[in-house]
Design a protein around this ligand. Structure first.
Ligand SMILES: N[C@@H](CCC(=O)N[C@@H](CS)C(=O)NCC(=O)O)C(=O)O
Length: 203
């Protein structure tokens, strides 16, 4: 059986939970105790030398990094729409996976770590990155239902959690109507699963 090593309050882990649910895959959830730094134990470092969750175990296959896990699940268990094989669409999806690992992490994710968990950050820089990202996302989503391709893909799941959790970093999404509508479209899927902190958009 698939095994997901995770923290309940991690948006990176939530991406994976969404994908597992969308693909109707059973899995064992192994919760790590972040306060006790269980992710830095020798046992866990053997799975991920970076000492971070999420990690997915599928038999002998061990994958670290939420974006990589989405790619793995799409290719191993999903249909082509999740991560298309066609070159330009694969590149478009990958560009948004990079955005999830870069601007989303340095912007809304950093602000949430600061305001919810007390992490020291450069607040001015994180706020600027967040505003730029939201303006860009809003303009893009004014023209497209989904981030990368005509159908929903792993690009949408990779970006979703930390935008949906942005209010925990004191970010107001009210001016970004198209972003809110996109969150709502994702939350309307029957397979959508919530996580603590996510306030569902009004439908
Ligand atoms: N690039 C990684 C980042 C993973 C990450 O930052 N994980 C956090 C939880 S969201 C973590 O494990 N933090 C604990 C630590 O770094 O010790 C991914 O996308 O999975």
């Amino acid at each position: 059986m698939l095994e997901l090593f995770e923290f309940p309050l991690s948006g990176n882990c939530h991406k994976v939970r969404l994908m597992l649910s969308a693909l109707k895959l059973d899995y064992k959830s192994t919760l790590l105790n972040g306060a006790a730094k269980e992710q830095k134990s020798a046992e866990f470092l053997a799975l991920n030398p970076f000492g971070q969750v999420p990690v997915l175990k599928d038999g002998d296959v061990i994958i670290r990094d939420s974006q990589a896990i989405l790619v793995y699940l799409a290719r191993a268990y999903g249909d082509d729409a999740w991560f298309p094989a066609e070159a330009s669409q694969a590149a478009a999806v990958t560009a948004w996976l990079s955005t999830a690992a870069n601007e989303v992490v340095r912007g809304p994710n950093a602000l949430r770590l600061h305001y919810k968990f007390g992490r020291a950050i450069n607040r001015e820089e994180a706020s600027l990155i967040t505003q730029n990202l939201l303006v860009l996302l809003n303009e893009h989503l004014a023209q497209h239902n989904w981030l990368a391709t005509p159908k929903m893909s792993i690009a949408d799941l990779a970006v979703y959690p930390y935008i949906a959790l942005a209010h925990e970093g004191q970010v107001d999404l009210a001016p970004f109507v198209h972003v809110k509508n996109w969150l709502s479209r994702i939350e309307l899927f029957s397979w959508f699963v919530p996580m603590p902190g996510i306030q569902l958009q009004a439908h």
